[in-house]
Design a protein around this ligand. Structure first.
Ligand code: SF4
Length: 508
C-alpha cells in the first residue's frame, strides 16, 4: 500500500491531471512510496472517499481547483471523520490565496500555496520521517526553477494516451496584468529548457500521442521558442495531429506567421483571449492590446492559414455596458473565428479585480465558480440573459452543428441583437439551457427562422441538412423531410478526420 496518495477530481474524465503528474515526477526517492488516484466531479464524494480510504495512505495530497473545491471538501470531511490520522495536504490555485475561512482549508492538515512541484516532496519527507519539525498549516512554496524540475511526461500511461487529453507546457507565468486573471500576479515567466522539452515531445509522439494541449498562458510570448516548437511539430506532422496553444492576439511577427502557415488546415488551434474590445474597459482592468494588430492577425489567420480559432470574450467587466459588449461581439463575428467563448466574469481568489467592487458595484456569487451576478451597468436580469446567450451560443455558434445555419439568424443585422432575440425565444419555449437534444434544437431553430423570421423553409432546410451531415450523419431528421427533395443528394464529404469532433465539423 502506498504511503502517499496523490489525488484530484478532474472536471471531466478525459482531462488527465497535469499537476499531479508534476508532483509525482518530483517526489524523488519517495516516488516508489506514492501513487496517483484520479477521479472526476461526476463521481460521488462518498465513493471517492471509499476508494481513497481503501489505499490506507499516511498522506493524502489533493489538487484543489475552482471546479472541484466543493466535492473535494466533502471527500476530505468524510476521510477525516473515518480516519483522522491520515494527513491531508492540499495544493492548487483555489487554496493558494485567501485561505482564511475556507471550509476545505479548515478540514485539512496542511496547505501548500503556490507552485508545489518541489515543496510537496519536501513536506512529505518531513511528515514521513517525523523529523520533529512542526510544520505550519499554510506552507508557501518558493517558485521552482525549471532546471531543477523533473518533467512528468513519462507518467502518462498508455490508457491516458489512448483516451485522454495530453497536456504539455513550454513556459509558466505571464508578463501581463489583466486584473481578472490569476496569471497576472507578480509571477515571472519561466521557460522549460527547450532541448529537454523537445526530447519529451519526441517520446510522446513515438508513443502515439496525436493531440497536444499546451497550457502556457502566452505561447507566442517568446517567438524563438514558439517558432522552434511549431517547426518541430511541422516536421513530424501526420494526418490526425492536432496542437492547441493559447496566444495573445496582437503578437504574430512574420517569423511566426511563416511557421503557422505551413500547417495543414485543422492541425492548429489557437485559443485567443480578447476579453473586451472596449479600450476604456481594457484600461480599467490593466489589459492593453493593440486592436489594429489584433484584427490584422485575425485576417491573416482566417485568410491564409487553416488555424481553428477559439476566441474569448468576457461579460461583466467593470465599465462594460451591454451596448459595448454587443459592439465587441459583432466586431469579433466579423473577424470570423470558428468559436467564440462568451465567458461570464469570475472573481478568482487572489485576483486584483476586487479593487473595482465598490466603484462598479460588482456583486459576485459566493459559490464556485464565483461568477458575477450584477454590476453597476448590467443588472441581474440582464446578466441572466447574457448567461443564457453564452450557453446557447456554445450550442449553436460554437458546436460546429450550425456552421451554415447560424448566420441566417442575423444576416445583415447585428449578430448580437439577433442572437439575443433567438436566445430569449428559445428560453421562453424550453425553460432550460441544458439537456436539449440536437434534433430538438434543430427543430426549434427551424421554427424560429421560418415562422418568427419568415425565411423560406426550403432554403433553411437545405442549410440545416448540410450542417447536419457535417458530423457524418445521414439519417434525415423527420421535420426536414417535407422541405427537401425526395432524393436530396448528399454533398460529397471529403477527408473526415481524426480531429476533435467539434473542430472537424467546422473544418468540413
Ligand atoms: S488574461 Fe492572458 S494575458 Fe492576461 S494575465 Fe491572464 S494569461 Fe496573461
Amino acid at each position: 500500500m502506498p504511503d502517499i496518495v496523490l489525488t484530484t477530481l478532474n472536471a471531466k474524465y478525459i482531462h488527465a491531471a497535469f499537476g499531479l503528474r508534476y508532483l509525482m515526477a518530483n517526489l524523488g526517492p519517495l516516488q516508489s512510496r506514492a501513487c496517483i488516484a484520479e477521479f472526476d466531479i461526476n463521481q460521488r464524494p462518498i465513493d471517492i472517499a471509499e476508494q481513497l480510504l481503501a489505499k490506507t495512505p499516511k498522506i493524502l495530497g489533493l489538487g484543489i481547483y475552482i471546479w472541484n473545491v466543493v466535492p473535494s471538501a466533502e471527500v476530505v470531511a468524510i476521510i477525516k471523520r473515518v480516519r483522522p490520522d491520515i494527513i491531508v495536504v492540499l495544493g492548487g490555485p483555489e487554496v493558494s490565496y485567501e485561505t482564511d475561512g475556507q471550509k476545505i482549508v479548515d478540514l485539512a492538515d496542511h496547505v501548500i500555496t503556490g507552485e508545489g512541484d518541489l515543496k510537496f516532496a519536501e513536506v512529505c519527507g518531513d511528515l514521513l520521517n517525523r523529523s520533529g519539525v512542526s510544520l505550519p498549516k499554510i506552507i508557501p512554496a518558493e517558485l521552482p526553477d525549471f532546471s531543477r524540475l523533473a518533467l512528468p511526461y513519462d507518467l502518462y500511461t498508455e490508457d491516458d494516451i489512448a483516451h485522454r487529453i495530453i497536456y504539455v507546457e513550454a513556459s509558466r507565468g505571464c508578463p501581463f496584468t489583466c486584473e481578472f486573471c490569476l496569471s497576472s500576479l507578480d509571477i515571472p515567466v519561466r521557460q522549460v529548457p527547450l532541448p529537454a522539452l523537445l526530447d519529451q515531445l519526441e517520446r510522446l509522439l513515438a508513443r502515439g500521442v496525436k493531440q497536444f494541449k499546451f497550457v502556457d498562458r502566452t505561447f507566442n510570448l517568446n517567438v524563438n521558442v514558439s517558432k522552434a516548437i511549431l517547426e518541430f511539430f511541422r516536421a513530424r506532422y501526420e494526418p490526425g495531429h492536432f496542437y492547441h496553444f493559447e496566444m495573445i492576439p496582437d503578437r504574430l511577427p512574420e517569423a511566426l506567421r511563416e511557421a503557422i502557415a505551413t500547417f495543414p488546415p485543422g492541425a492548429l488551434q489557437f485559443e485567443v483571449g480578447i476579453q473586451t474590445f472596449n479600450e476604456h474597459v481594457g484600461g480599467l482592468i490593466q489589459r492593453r492590446q493593440n486592436y489594429n494588430r489584433l484584427e490584422d492577425n485575425f485576417h491573416f489567420l482566417r485568410g491564409q492559414t487553416g488555424v481553428h480559432i477559439h476566441a474569448d470574450l468576457i461579460v461583466g467587466l467593470p465599465g462594460e455596458t451591454l451596448e459595448s459588449f454587443a459592439a465587441g461581439f459583432d466586431r469579433l463575428i466579423a473577424l470570423g473565428p470558428q468559436e467564440i467563448q462568451v465567458g461570464i466574469l469570475k472573481r478568482l481568489r487572489g485576483t486584483p479585480i476586487v479593487r473595482h467592487d465598490s466603484d462598479w458595484q460588482m456583486i459576485y456569487s459566493q459559490h464556485p465558480p464565483y461568477e458575477i451576478l450584477q454590476n453597476k451597468l448590467i443588472d441581474f436580469a440582464t446578466m441572466q440573459k447574457l448567461r443564457r446567450f453564452a450557453r446557447y451560443w456554445d450550442m449553436v455558434g460554437n458546436s460546429g452543428n450550425f456552421v451554415q445555419t447560424a448566420p441566417l439568424l442575423w444576416r445583415d443585422a447585428s449578430p448580437f441583437r439577433a442572437f439575443m432575440r433567438w436566445s430569449e425565444w428559445l428560453h421562453a419555449r424550453t425553460g432550460r439551457t441544458d439537456g436539449i437534444a440536437l434534433i430538438r434544437l434543430m427543430e426549434l431553430l427551424f421554427e424560429f427562422l421560418t415562422s418568427e423570421l419568415g425565411q423560406e423553409p426550403r432554403a433553411v432546410a437545405e442549410k440545416m441538412w448540410s450542417d447536419y451531415q457535417r458530423g457524418g450523419r445521414h439519417d434525415k431528421p423527420g421535420f426536414l423531410k417535407n422541405h427537401l427533395p425526395e432524393n436530396a443528394a448528399l454533398p460529397e464529404r471529403k477527408g473526415r478526420s481524426n480531429l476533435p469532433k467539434r473542430q472537424a465539423r467546422h473544418l468540413v
